[in-house]
Design a protein around this ligand. Structure first.
Ligand SMILES: NC(=O)c1ccc[n+]([C@@H]2O[C@H](COP(=O)([O-])OP(=O)(O)OC[C@H]3O[C@@H](n4cnc5c(N)ncnc54)[C@H](OP(=O)(O)O)[C@@H]3O)[C@@H](O)[C@H]2O)c1
Length: 437
């Protein structure tokens, strides 16, 4: 049995999970890989902190130099943040250590250059845990979808926001109330900005786009909108029209080596689509490619155990799977997204109650100014009404003139993109949904 010496950087949520799994599953790992992984050092910030695992005190250090001086085979980074993680990983690679990391921010921003460095030094850098927690999506892209041309990757990549939207939609609860509950339950950080504004999902989308298309895109180039302006009424009306609103991360490539479009934002997902049924803290990634057609991977996108699982699987794969394909990374043309044509969902909060003939009235008025609604849903409201439309064709001038043309006194109007084409309406829609379930 070969022994592999490991250094763990960080003993927080993820690091603790990794340490525990290496103990609890040592027999399985040894049997299936013929390898014995031994944690030799654990880097932490505060060695006096109470830890969630016993018997680690003698392994703790605050000095990375000490770890490098004794020499290990693999460095597993679970600290987070760009610095000092980046410096430590570079140093580990230069001393010919393999590296496994869960750090999405670092890999989104510096993954391409770190991978290049690793290749130059004959070691590997694996980061499965950085996208979708326990879901083996990066391995799937690298090892099992090599021969396919991937056109589009769409995903629910943030469990916190998916939990919030699920609760708001199922129980008609406002955003702030559900966010507070998510924080109490440990699903959301004290500062939830990175999650609710879509930055966390954008980091993951940048990583997915590199592996799916070989396209290096900076996180700043990803069009991004958050979920803070979504109301329970909007979710309710979207549902009546046959959709769930999800914080969707979507990357598309137009032709081999062609331009790409990347966006993170609230998007209407048809109820018949596999991503519409992903609720709570679950994550999912839907890959569309020329030959396999489509594949959906679902699982727990965060948390101690799922994330540790991805890191430990990477650890085994360093020694038991071939090197991931050496992608010729490129910097593609990044297309603007929000202005693109196609269908849109419009949600309008009105200053007055809505009358019972509003649906007919809206459809007629839309026809007069040359656009049409596939479907309309509305809530009369006690004092204010809410109206939602699926518009067949979008043009940016509608932002200005829609409510005026409809003759509505609007309190607020939002437009959201749809995933794919508008859903059929009426009986046809019911059939489609029931055949998908
Ligand atoms: N939590 C999840 O569910 C999850 C899921 C996927 C990916 N990730 C990624 O995994 C990484 C770790 O997340 P986490 O939730 O485990 O974080 P965490 O609970 O805050 O733990 C961070 C650990 O790193 C140590 N650390 C931080 N800065 C350090 C420094 N400068 N020097 C030495 N040690 C340092 C901390 O030491 P002390 O304990 O002494 O403070 C702590 O043990 C992040 O990149 C995160 O994005 C997390």
């Amino acid at each position: 049995m070969d022994r592999i010496d490991v250094a763990l950087l960080g003993l927080g949520t993820v690091g603790t999970g990794v340490y525990k799994m290496l103990q609890s599953n040592q027999d399985v790992i040894a049997r299936r890989t013929g390898l014995l992984f031994e944690v030799k050092h654990i880097l932490v910030r505060d060695p006096n902190k109470k830890r969630k695992v016993d018997g680690v005190q003698h392994l703790l250090t605050t000095r990375f130099e000490e770890i490098m001086a004794t020499g290990v085979d693999v460095v597993m980074e679970a600290m987070g943040g760009v610095e000092p993680a980046r410096t430590y990983i570079e140093r580990a690679i230069r001393t010919r250590c393999h590296v496994v990391t869960a750090n999405k921010e670092l890999i989104a921003k510096h993954g391409a250059e770190l991978e290049k460095l690793a290749r130059e030094h004959g070691v590997q850098l694996l980061y499965e845990a950085s996208v979708g927690g326990g879901i083996p999506v990066l391995g799937t892209l690298q090892h099992f979808l090599k021969a396919n041309r991937i056109m589009r990757v769409s995903g629910i990549l943030n469990g916190t926001t998916n939990f919030i939207l699920t609760q708001m939609g199922e129980h008609q609860r406002p955003f702030e109330e559900v966010l507070a509950e998510a924080q109490r339950r440990g699903y959301a950080e004290a500062d939830p900005t990175a999650d609710v504004e879509g930055l966390d999902a954008a980091h993951k989308l940048a990583i997915l786009s590199r592996l799916a298309f070989g396209a290096v895109v900076s996180v700043d180039e990803i069009a991004r909108r958050g979920i803070t302006d979504i109301s329970p009424e909007e979710l309710e009306l979207a549902h009546r029209l046959g959709y769930k609103i999800k914080l969707l991360a979507k990357a598309e490539q137009f032709g081999e080596e062609g331009p790409v479009a990347l966006q993170v934002g609230p998007t209407l997902v048809p109820l018949s689509h596999p991503l519409a049924g992903i609720n709570g803290v679950y994550n999912a990634i839907h890959v569309e490619a020329d030959t396999v057609q489509d594949v959906t991977l679902v699982g727990q996108g965060a948390g101690e155990q799922p994330t540790a699982s991805a890191m430990v699987e990477d650890l085994c794969n360093l020694f038991r799977l071939p090197l991931p394909r050496p992608l010729p990374y490129r910097r593609p043309l990044v297309l603007p997204v929000w202005e693109e044509g196609g269908a849109r969902f419009a949600f309008i909060e009105t200053k007055d109650r809505l009358g019972s003939d509003i649906s007919h009235q809206v459809k007629e008025r839309l026809k007069r100014f040359g656009t049409s609604a596939v479907d309309v849903a509305w809530l009369p409201g006690a004092e204010r009404g809410a109206l939602a439309l699926i518009l067949r064709r979008w043009d940016p001038s509608l932002e200005e003139k829609l409510t005026e043309e409809l003759g509505l006194e609007a309190e607020r109007v939002v437009f959201r993109p749809l995933l794919g084409m508008p859903e059929p309406v009426g009986e046809e829609r019911e059939e489609k949904i029931s055949s998908a379930q």
